[in-house]
Design a protein around this ligand. Sequence first.
Ligand code: FE
Ligand code: ZN
Length: 250
Amino acid sequence: MRLAIHQFGYNDDNYGVLLHHAESGETALVDAGDAAAAKAALAESGWQLTQIWITHHHGDHTAGLAALADDGVEVFGPAGINGVGHVLEGGDSFAFAGRAVEVISTPGHTLAMLNYHLPSEKLVFTGDTLFAMGCGRLFEGDAPMMWHSLGKLIALADDTVVYCGHEYTAANASFALSVDPQNEALLRRAEAVAELRAAGQPTVPTLMALEKATNPFLRAADPAIRAFLGMQGAGDAEVFAEIRRRKDSF
Ligand code: FE
Ligand code: ZN
């Protein structure tokens, strides 16, 4: 039986996700930035929380943790966060509803950043590492570190469904077009995103194949982007760093 997935918004642009397995009754919440929003989503679905998976320490991903983590709720996450009972590192895995959840360490936005991959479901939760057409700002890590982290996500199967922490897609599309203006897939996607947002619809989740085709932060090796930046001879990490630098001041 497939997992049921319920994505909900909170704050201005955050997303939380509930995962539910009907047979076992297990329910996981990815990130706990807003207890009231998560509780409302749980009430609406009628699901009872059994696990919380935290991606990173920022308040918009953790502020609701104390209010959500009742007895019987197992909390997984990186080191250094109050309320995380199961401290994880990259390469670890744990079970949810009989499925393996594989932990991928993706430092860059923060040093302790975990992404959660369910290979059997072709699902990945990327927190603030990979966004639709974007990537997280480098608050704690540097560009080579983030490029290495993104490489771990690039290695995932093309048909992997990607859930991320924020609805930043429309702004990311504008930036993507500024460095990759001739990319037909990007042009089409920017239009589709504008239509979704005009209709009040989320643009998340996305698909790994679509990110590889349109997300400039995954495309540092792309000849057209390199030519546009005049960086044909540079290393991929240098090209990534230049794209990230441009986005910071876009
Ligand atoms: Fe963050
Ligand atoms: Zn965030």
